[in-house]
Design a protein around this ligand. Structure first.
Ligand SMILES: Cc1cc2nc3c(=O)[nH]c(=O)nc-3n(C[C@H](O)[C@H](O)[C@H](O)COP(=O)(O)O)c2cc1C
Length: 243
């Protein structure tokens, strides 16, 4: 077993990982309950997402990590792009034959995490994923640039291939077969919507006493005490978590 404590200080590393840390927010810039822009998670997400979209240095504010797991609970995680959100959930698009789709087919539980480093903020979403309608998938597929449309047809996402050449040959073939404007969405490509059961808003503090406010669906019969659990809107409650 490697000795982690020593290995981060090991001279063979060009950087000292143990000493790597940046400053988060100081105590004059906290995230408290009175800063909530909405008493339900979608409104609060909108407020933070729009700030992220307007923050220089955040190049892909819609990049998020999607975690899935097999039926037996073996997890996997990868980045995907958020392509829509609202009171119904958070949408992304992918290949329905991919590893993530296979895992969602056997286990719909999914989690998403956004990390906006420049803002020292994360949003964590947990819920279940469902495929979006074929109309929704068509609509988004048709809005994609032509090279992306061809690319999604050329790639059997997550399958093993002999080399890059395999993709180049397939792409060339498809470019000849389907001129711009004629590409139809392949049936194995489309959207998912993650319907949240909880959404946590986290903001980092330099002293590690971070702010965490979590919205979750109110349990049947639950009465918020307004001390630990607060009444939200639209069937949501919110509560503060210890960092
Ligand atoms: C910033 C970023 C955004 C991505 N967005 C998507 C996406 O929206 N859909 C997708 O299928 N793959 C996307 N990818 C590629 C995935 O991370 C991943 O490699 C691919 O979906 C295969 O994952 P899987 O084998 O676990 O199914 C993105 C990668 C990056 C780095």
């Amino acid at each position: 077993m490697p000795n982690i404590k020593n290995s981060v200080k090991d001279a063979s590393y060009s950087v000292d990982i143990g000493e790597m840390r940046i400053k988060y927010k100081d105590k004059s810039d906290t995230f408290t309950e009175d800063h909530l822009e909405s008493k339900q998670p979608f409104g609060q997400f909108k407020a933070w997402f729009e700030i992220a979209c307007n923050t220089p240095g955040i190049l892909e504010p819609n990049a998020m990590f999607l975690a899935t797991a097999t039926k037996s609970g073996i997890p996997s995680v990868r980045p995907v792009l958020l392509k829509g959100y609202g009171s119904e959930g958070f949408k992304f698009y992918t290949n329905y034959d991919s590893r993530k789709a296979g895992e969602l087919d056997e286990n719909p539980n999914a989690a998403l995490t956004f990390y906006w480093e420049a803002l020292k903020r994360t949003v964590r979403i947990e819920g279940t994923a469902e495929r979006t309608s074929s109309t929704d998938s068509d609509c988004y597929f048709n809005s994609r640039p032509y090279p992306s449309q061809i690319g999604s047809m050329a790639s059997k996402q997550s399958s093993v291939i002999a080399g890059r050449e395999t993709l180049m040959v397939k792409e060339k073939e498809l470019l000849e077969q389907f001129p711009e404007g004629s590409v139809k969405r392949p049936p194995n490509w489309g959207g998912y919507i993650v319907i949240p059961k909880s959404v946590e808003f986290w903001q980092g503090q330099s002293d590690r006493l971070h702010d965490r406010i979590r919205f979750r669906r109110r349990k049947p019969g639950e009465k918020p005490d307004n001390i630990l659990v607060h009444e939200g809107d639209d069937g949501w409650v919110y509560e503060r978590l210890s960092p």
